[in-house]
Design a protein around this ligand. Structure first.
Ligand code: XIL
Length: 318
């Protein structure tokens, strides 16, 4: 019988499969009400192996009145993900935005207790089912201060973030606990403020496992994007690109650069885009995603897939 040479390893043909070959995940934000859209679901199931609830796990959705928890829409996403073998990013336990009205009207120790109870209840409800939780979202200020953003949560005391992380760890010991923010894509005052907090948490034993970089970009990405991811990884946390979308010119090239940067950092464990088709994007009219309004792959999709197929492996896995 003639010798048949083994076929060369084939480049993967979907985002999720290619990322998985590299020890990573490739995810998308999902809206529960779109799970009845067959085109949306077919792209979701074909291309992605991680999901983030776009709004359904936020405080206003999960605790609409104090102490009454509501998981119906979040569960639709969780159940879809689990039925299809996708991991789940939990987003977000505490944030200054999208709070229920009752929490917006609270302050001081009453708000602190309510916030920590929220973390405990939601993280406990989903215990064992969440790959990574955004425990705290967007707590640092924009601009040059490098300090915290003013909010009702911040006014309960500077230790609100570490209190939230400790509560989340107690509630779900196996979930990775992330701090997540935007405008942190290069080395700048805001990202350095977060870097300093993470370094302090690691030094004091406050539980933190990962930092999320939302990466809502327009036209370009800072030249030190990879350097910035790496400096966080060097603190001993995973880094994740959590809400990627890219508006403006050079879209495919910028997607390529961002994807390659993640793959060059061994602790960059996954990338999530913030929606599937341009028509699904929160940035109305910006067309910042990988699929057009008809569900067709854009040049940006091909750039990402090729970059994933070319990239390095994460030895730690996703
Ligand atoms: C956005 C959602 O995409 C919108 O549907 C919603 O109206 C507002 O929030 N940073 C975050 C995300 O952490 O939760 C935000 O999502 C986008 C900015």
């Amino acid at each position: 019988m003639a010798f048949v040479a083994p076929a060369p390893a084939e480049a993967a043909s979907t985002l999720g499969a290619s990322a998985a070959e590299k020890g990573r995940y490739f995810g998308t934000a999902v809206a529960a009400h779109k799970l009845s859209d067959s085109q949306y679901v077919s792209i979701l199931n074909r291309e992605f192996n991680s999901v983030t609830a776009e709004n359904e796990m936020k405080w206003d959705a999960t605790e609409p009145s104090q102490g009454r928890f509501s998981y119906t829409n979040a569960d639709r996403i969780v159940n879809h993900a689990r039925a299809n073998g996708m991991s789940i990013r939990g987003h977000a336990l505490l944030w200054h935005a999208q709070q229920p009205g009752w929490a917006q009207n609270m302050s001081g120790s009453a708000l602190r207790s309510a916030a920590i109870n929220h973390v405990t209840q939601v993280a406990s409800y989903y215990r064992g089912r969440i790959h990574s939780w955004d425990v705290v979202n967007e707590a640092f200020a924009d601009g040059g201060s490098g300090g915290r953003r003013d909010s009702n949560l911040q006014r309960t005391g500077n230790d609100w973030i570490e209190a939230a992380f400790r509560a989340a760890r107690a509630a779900d010991p196996n979930a990775k606990l992330c701090y997540n923010d935007y405008n942190t894509d290069g080395v700048n005052a805001k990202s350095t403020g977060i870097y300093t907090m993470v370094r302090d948490f690691k030094a004091r034993g406050v539980p933190i496992d990962c930092v999320g970089f939302q990466s809502h970009l327009t036209n370009s990405v800072p030249g030190d994007y990879q350097t910035n991811l790496q400096r966080f990884a060097d603190l001993g946390v995973d880094v994740q690109i959590t809400e990627l979308d890219i508006a403006g010119t050079n879209q495919a090239a910028v997607y390529d650069t961002v994807t390659r940067a993640c793959l060059a950092v061994s602790r960059c464990t996954g990338i999530t885009v913030w929606g599937i088709r341009d028509s699904d994007s929160w940035r109305t009219g910006a067309n910042p995603l990988l699929f057009d309004n008809n569900g067709n792959k854009k040049p940006a999709y091909t750039a990402v897939l090729n970059a994933l197929n070319a990239g390095g492996t994460n030895p730690g896995g996703p």
